[in-house]
Design a protein around this ligand. Structure first.
Ligand SMILES: Cc1cc2nc3c(=O)[nH]c(=O)nc-3n(C[C@H](O)[C@H](O)[C@H](O)COP(=O)(O)O)c2cc1C
Length: 172
């Protein structure tokens, strides 16, 4: 599938079948994540693969939605703020930018593999920390991504995006 086709057809999946993600598909998605670019190639991230039912159960408490509980597994992407690039001009930490690219690699790779996911940032970070047993203040959970096959009744919604002329500014 072309990048354009992936971008056109990917959507946030909020209802999953309980079929487990095949190991080879998971490995493929994680390799796409690992290859993501980052500022100064610092790669200031970790990807936690949560399949353990007890850990998953605590993690579900960090984002208490029935639909999230339908996913057979989840990925949690953390930022390592002591490894990320800080722009010298203003010390801006680029960890979130880096994490976003990695997460979108995951989203597009999952979609290409016939799986679904959804970015989740509206989670409780303290509960997420507890689930993963994170103790360092330098490591921050940034994105939670359920992963699995979309439930059979899931239908792709119509794309709702701003028009090109609202988004693209050409300075010819
Ligand atoms: C940074 C970010 C955070 C998001 N957080 C949540 C979230 O906490 N819960 C949720 O249901 N969707 C979340 N989403 C999904 C967006 O709502 C969704 O991507 C957007 O509405 C466009 O829909 P689409 O992904 O189906 O194209 C998030 C997306 C992004 C990029």
């Amino acid at each position: 599938m072309s990048i354009l086709s992936l971008a056109q057809s990917r959507f946030s999946v909020r209802s999953y079948s309980n079929v487990m993600v095949p190991a080879e598909k998971l490995d493929y998605i994680l390799e796409c994540a690992r290859l993501a670019p980052s500022a100064c190639n610092r790669q200031p991230w970790k990807v936690y693969v949560v399949t353990n039912p007890d850990v998953l159960s605590v993690l579900q408490g960090a984002y208490n939605r029935d639909w999230f509980k339908t996913a057979p597994m989840a990925l949690v992407i953390t930022a390592l703020h002591d490894q990320s690039w800080h722009r010298p001009a203003d010390n801006k930490d680029h960890a979130d930018v880096d994490i976003s690219i990695l997460a979108e690699h995951i989203a597009l790779a999952a979609h290409e593999q016939g799986l679904g996911t959804c970015w989740i940032c509206n989670f409780d970070p303290q509960i997420c920390r507890k689930a993963l047993n994170l103790t360092s203040e330098n490591e921050e959970p940034v994105v939670v991504m359920p992963l699995g096959y979309a439930a059979p009744d899931v239908v792709a919604p119509a794309k709702s995006r701003k028009n090109t002329d609202e988004v693209i500014v050409r300075l010819n």
